[in-house]
Design a binder for this molecule. Sequence first.
Ligand SMILES: [Ca+2]
Length: 413
Amino acid sequence: MADDLGYGDIGCYGNQRIKTPNLDEMAKHGLRFTDFHSSGTVCSPTRCGLLTGRYQQRAGIPAVVSVKHKHLGMDQSEFTFAEALKTNGYSTAVFGKWHVGYETKYNPIHQGFDEFRGYVSGNVDFFSHIDQSGAYDWWNGDEQVVEKGYTTELITQHAVRFINENKTKPFCLYLPHESPHYPYQGPNDKAERTVGGKFKTQGSRTDVAVAYKEMVESLDESIGKVIATLKQHNLEKNTLVWFFSDNGANPKGDNGGLRGFKGSVWEGGHRVPSIAYWPGKIKENQTNDSLSITLDVFPTVAAITKSKTPEGLTLDGMDISSVLFQNQALENRQLFWGSGNQRAMRNGNWKLVMEAKGMQKSKAKTGVLIDLSNDRKEKTDLSGTHQLRFKKMKQAIAAWNADVGPSSFKKQK
Ligand SMILES: [Ca+2]
């Protein structure tokens, strides 16, 4: 999973400037989703939703967990995909960004991961691994360790080592990368943040577009190395590799012409690149337009690996292996987003948006109805001409809201 990578930030999604040959190769020999979404519009919520397969509001992580929320985190009682696979005999590891709780009790080693290397905050200096509050943030399990190296490359090294060590047994590897989240540092830059020191949160480079390109290209190289390692051990035909982003890009990135950015419930905030790759199982050069979401990853992976979830646990995502393996079109489904006061709902290509950033004040509370099949940029409000649909979708959003709970920490009890 990339961090803040936008819909138009890589070659196979139309980017001409940033070179991503490895991701493009994955798409050429795999399946590229055109309507895949993150369940959150920012980092922590999407991660919680991905790990649990349920709307993150249910686990009390509707917003970014920052230093001021140090006591908050995803409770150990939540059941993750790693727990499902570990129980089923898989070795499990997470290398990179955790961001669903700072305290030791929230550490990945309590959520089904045999191994964790990485950071628990939202971002670290790519070299000194110091977070934006000036605290050191690099861990081996629940112990702080010093590791020298560029975050993207460290994640890659641990990924390659883990695959080497586990090549004869089933494994599940979650790689939440830092790239291209700020600070904007390329692989040839230097550390800027020091413990308790003064520094620019986003880094000091003034050529941010160039740094951004270096960061995405380094991420692409990392993916190439992981796939090369699988090939080296003849594991390629035995392994599903699934790439996606945790939310849309900020204005420094490219959302492929979609409206809005990271943090908003317009499509640009949550429609993200997603590529599934499994030679021999997923056919070559497929695209799929089905509405799908990061919440689907858990149930899909659980189904493919025949891993069980606890009795009585209902996942919000669905098994979409028919999309991966038969390139089927999913039937119309309903998906929801809540971020602060913002709400959005998709019902197939229909979208209801309320209180979204940049919305006309007069429309914010009542909402707008969009037909994405004719209006990809979400410009035209059709609520006046489709009143029944509009009313029904508003009722559905209200019901969803009551079901999953608040979409901000402030409103939590
Ligand atoms: Ca993010």
